[in-house]
Write a protein that binds this ligand. Structure first.
Ligand SMILES: CC(C)(COP(=O)(O)OP(=O)(O)OC[C@H]1O[C@@H](n2cnc3c(N)ncnc32)[C@H](O)[C@@H]1OP(=O)(O)O)[C@@H](O)C(=O)NCCC(=O)NCCS
Length: 166
């Protein structure tokens, strides 16, 4: 039996982040220089896709707790909710694939992993929120069925009840 090409695991000290390059400077700098501080402060978790053949980090994403104010859901969905101010969510704050691995389906795999971990949480999570850094990123999330939040540019969400489709 062949072993899988990639493992998706929490970022650890053993992972070499230097040189990671998705082509989006802000994301790369955050991953190579800043993410550990946020992890230490319990502000985020970070998961990486490790290439089991090369040992390189092929991609990463961050996940943290969030909420979506009912005002930001499309009216049709908001009407189906109880009269709470907000619904619980998890936030995919950052997602990036190293240039060498882009276009091979890994972005979709990390997205699916974030959805799986969100739905497998001990906490109730209604939807996965995603922050899109630019139009290119927004198009990626729209392609995967995400819905734009009302009145919040560059923020989209995907109800976990729909993840079967992905
Ligand atoms: C956006 C990004 C995460 C996509 O990752 P990837 O591994 O190259 O994408 P995949 O190969 O998994 O693409 C999967 C599907 O999404 C589509 N897709 C990929 N990028 C897309 C985009 N920008 N817009 C629309 N669709 C896109 C692919 O065509 C493919 O469609 P298919 O499954 O129907 O054939 C990657 O290009 C990246 O890291 N970019 C720089 C950082 C960034 O923009 N991050 C986004 C979050 S802030």
């Amino acid at each position: 039996m062949t072993s899988p090409r990639f493992s998706i695991v929490p970022l650890g000290r053993e992972h070499k982040r230097t040189g990671f390059c998705s082509g989006t400077g802000l994301l790369d700098r955050y991953f190579t220089e800043l993410v550990s501080q946020d992890i230490r402060r319990n502000l985020t978790k970070c998961f990486v896709a490790v290439d089991n053949e090369q040992g390189d980090i092929a991609g990463f994403y961050t996940l943290s707790a969030a909420q979506i104010p009912l005002l930001h859901l499309p009216e049709k969905l908001a009407k189906q909710m109880p009269r709470y101010n907000a619904v619980p969510a998890s936030r995919l704050g950052r997602l990036a694939i190293d240039k060498r691995y882009q276009g091979q389906g890994l972005g979709s795999v990390l997205l699916a992993d974030a959805l799986y971990r969100s739905s497998d949480s001990s906490l109730a999570v209604y939807a996965l929120l995603a922050d899109a850094k630019d139009e290119h990123a927004e198009a990626f999330y729209l392609h995967h069925g995400f819905i734009p939040c009302d009145g919040v540019p560059n923020t989209l969400f995907l109800p976990l009840g729909t993840i079967g489709k992905l």
